[in-house]
Write a protein that binds this ligand. Sequence first.
Ligand SMILES: *[C@@H]1O[C@H](CO)[C@@H](O)[C@H](O)[C@H]1NC(C)=O
Ligand SMILES: *[C@@H]1O[C@H](CO)[C@@H](O)[C@H](O)[C@H]1NC(C)=O
Ligand SMILES: *[C@@H]1O[C@H](CO)[C@@H](O)[C@H](O)[C@H]1NC(C)=O
Ligand SMILES: *[C@@H]1O[C@H](CO)[C@@H](O)[C@H](O)[C@H]1NC(C)=O
Ligand SMILES: *[C@@H]1O[C@H](CO)[C@@H](O)[C@H](O)[C@H]1NC(C)=O
Ligand SMILES: *[C@@H]1O[C@H](CO)[C@@H](O)[C@H](O)[C@H]1NC(C)=O
Length: 498
Amino acid sequence: MGVMKLLLSITIVCLLWSGFSTIDASNTEGMCSSSACNCDSYGGLTCNCADQVEELILTSDGDHPLSSFTHWIIIRNCPSVILMNSSLTRMSNLRSIEFIDINNLTLFTESFELSPKTMRTSVTIRSSNIQVLPSYTFRGDMEAISFENVQINLINAFAFTNLAGTETLRLEDCTFDIIEEQAFKKFDVNYLHIIRGTLGSEVPSRAINDLEVLTTFRLDGVKMGIVKSSAFVIKKPKTVSIQNCVIESLEAEAFDIAATGGVHIKNNTFKNLVTGSFLGIRADRGNNGIKSESYYDITFTNNTLNNFEEGSVMFNRDDFQPIIDNVIINRTCDCTYLKTWMNNILNYTIYPRFYRSLSTRAVRKMNFDAIEERTFMCIDDSTNYLRFDEFEATNCTLSSSIMYLLLAAVGLIVILAFVIGIIIWYCRENGGQDRWMSVPTSAPDVVSQKNGVIGRNGSTQSAPVDSRITMVVPDGRLYRETEFHVIVEKAEPLTTEL
Ligand SMILES: *[C@@H]1O[C@H](CO)[C@@H](O)[C@H](O)[C@H]1NC(C)=O
Ligand SMILES: *[C@@H]1O[C@H](CO)[C@@H](O)[C@H](O)[C@H]1NC(C)=O
Ligand SMILES: *[C@@H]1O[C@H](CO)[C@@H](O)[C@H](O)[C@H]1NC(C)=O
Ligand SMILES: *[C@@H]1O[C@H](CO)[C@@H](O)[C@H](O)[C@H]1NC(C)=O
Ligand SMILES: *[C@@H]1O[C@H](CO)[C@@H](O)[C@H](O)[C@H]1NC(C)=O
Ligand SMILES: *[C@@H]1O[C@H](CO)[C@@H](O)[C@H](O)[C@H]1NC(C)=O
């Protein structure tokens, strides 16, 4: 027995030794002997061009083939790297491959084709440029695909497809110039996160087609041009979150999403919305035919709208309980438009036109909807955001309109008075010939009385001299003298003795 044990352990040691020696052998040949690269004894391949190597070619054949024992690959800091097609297919232990700071990464169809034996491999590309991401670049069991700060000029149709067991697809700070239809086609993933970056001037119809996103679909801070109808066809997400995005234009049903949970749309800028832009978002209630009676939440908060049509912010009322708040309308507040804007956004009158299977439930719901003015905001002259009700209270209320009415009335009266004045003046001017000169109506008190003697220049100091006596004298030159007969009448009981 002891001899057997000894033999066995010797055999094991030999086997182990031979195993090490194969890895050792692979350390000094193939890709490992390339000047920019080195290998370690755990199956790691690290390449760093550092300005020495112009172009690094990763291939499974040729002068410097990749070893099939490779466990992980890190390529960094190279001006140009070419990953030939199917160069990874023989690496049954490949766990991760990373490209960092590659100025020109050239990929072919099936460049990322993995061995069917691999499990849970991750692909990371960071701070790199790719001219074309060709069709069927990927194939196999990829646990995670992560692009960070990657610029891609063109993503061909079916670039992302044939993925299995994918946990995460994360595109962060990426710039995609042109995305072809069906660039992302039919695979399952738990998390699809597109964070910041831009998806180009147009996201075509079915750019993301038929993906089952089982946990979260997130668009966060992404810039997009025109998003065509059914650009995002996504099934089963438990959470959908579209936030902080700036979108030029959303066509009808741009998001074709069958959610199994809540949908949150917040702090986005939608420069153009058409009727039914959000009507493609619905609930996936499974195939059992039993419709759950509960609604999912859909929140639409802190979004900015520039142009929008009637019914552009309608949601599927059969499936969702919409919570709408802080709708910011990026236009100057205008009393005459507030009602129209609210109506365009929240009026469901045209809903049945788009949603044929309108159920009684949805109809019931529609009738309950009250349009709250506090929900909406517009911009005043000094570019502050004002809620509709605040603006209306100060600018468009009944009291202020009454004030306007009063002002108008006063104006009218002033004008009337003016006109009447003019008429009177005109009449007077015309009747100048038989004008009457007014005679003083009050008898001038030129007479004073002293001890019953009536006389002029009475000795009393207070004798009044009235300058108001007006005399109408014919032309003085015709008459030498003029005689005045002044009759002083006094009808007063005399108190003095005569
Ligand atoms: C890819 O591999 C196929 C064979 O599998 C070959 O015919 C084709 O030329 C390769 N393409 C490139 C770009 O190397
Ligand atoms: C990138 O590398 C490929 C292959 O060497 C080459 O054809 C292409 O012109 C390069 N692109 C740029 C922008 O240098
Ligand atoms: C809202 O989105 C804009 C545009 O992406 C961003 O600049 C801003 O920080 C976001 N605000 C909040 C509170 O997240
Ligand atoms: C919306 O914006 C306001 C201020 O602009 C902020 O106080 C509030 O928290 C935001 N709400 C959400 C849900 O982001
Ligand atoms: C609001 O509109 C103005 C002018 O149309 C534009 O310059 C500004 O960027 C818009 N703001 C937002 C948040 O879209
Ligand atoms: C909705 O719009 C229709 C016409 O499009 C209008 O007749 C109706 O009064 C509006 N409803 C509300 C609540 O404003």
